[in-house]
Design a protein around this ligand. Structure first.
Ligand SMILES: [Zn+2]
Length: 207
């Protein structure tokens, strides 16, 4: 399971990913299998057909849709987006890469955006590291309609939806009702602005 899990594509590369039958996508702890996928004996969700990966973050469902002709798609002001946290040039600023819209459908290309500490949480933060960290996947709201893109994670539904342990690299799990994530392997606890759409919960993980 562990060896197989390490071959899984990162969540930020799943939406819109072109896949072939048998390609590993994620674990059943992360997403519920939908159309065009199957689950193997190790609990790995795999593509059942040639197509494009779709993620439904509300239902927490992964599907593979047959390939269709793509229309040009660009981020719009006010839209919820999904992004990968790249780095922190300062204690109060994060650089993120927007990769998909609210329905986890990828845009035409990637868009770099900034997340300022004042827009990271509805609470006062000492450092932006208390809200997001490099490698996190976040759900955010786009505050601008063109470059330079600015995002916010202040809204209740926005925040981190997937993160790895800074100590051992294991995917972190959400502790219900708290703004922190915990490592199921080494017990490390890390603060975050956690979205209700966070993929792994403590209960699901320990089932
Ligand atoms: Zn850990």
């Amino acid at each position: 399971m562990l060896a197989e899990a390490q071959q899984l594509p990162p969540l930020s590369e799943l939406p819109g990913r072109r896949v072939y039958p048998g390609d590993p996508l994620c674990t059943i702890e992360e997403f519920i299998p939908g159309d065009g996928v199957y689950v193997d004996e190790q609990g790995v969700v795999r593509a059942a057909r040639v197509g494009v990966v779709e993620l439904d973050m509300v239902q927490r469902r992964i599907s593979v849709r047959p390939i269709q002709a793509a229309k040009p798609r660009l981020p719009r002001r006010g839209a919820p987006v999904y992004a990968l946290v790249l780095n922190m040039p300062r204690e109060d600023l994060a650089i993120v890469k927007i990769f998909a819209d609210e329905r986890m459908i990828p845009y035409n290309g990637f868009f770099t955006a900034v997340l300022h500490i004042s827009q990271a949480s509805d609470r006062m933060l000492k450092s932006i590291y208390d809200a997001v960290r490099p490698g996190d996947i976040i759900r955010a709201t786009l505050l601008t309609g063109a470059a330079p893109y600015v995002v916010s994670t202040r809204r209740p539904q926005d925040g981190v939806i997937y993160a790895h342990c800074s100590v051992c690299g294991t995917p972190l799990v959400k502790v219900l009702g708290k703004q922190l994530l915990v490592c199921p392997k080494c017990g490390n606890e890390e603060p975050r602005k956690v979205s209700p759409y966070y993929v792994l919960t403590e209960k699901r993980r320990h089932r």
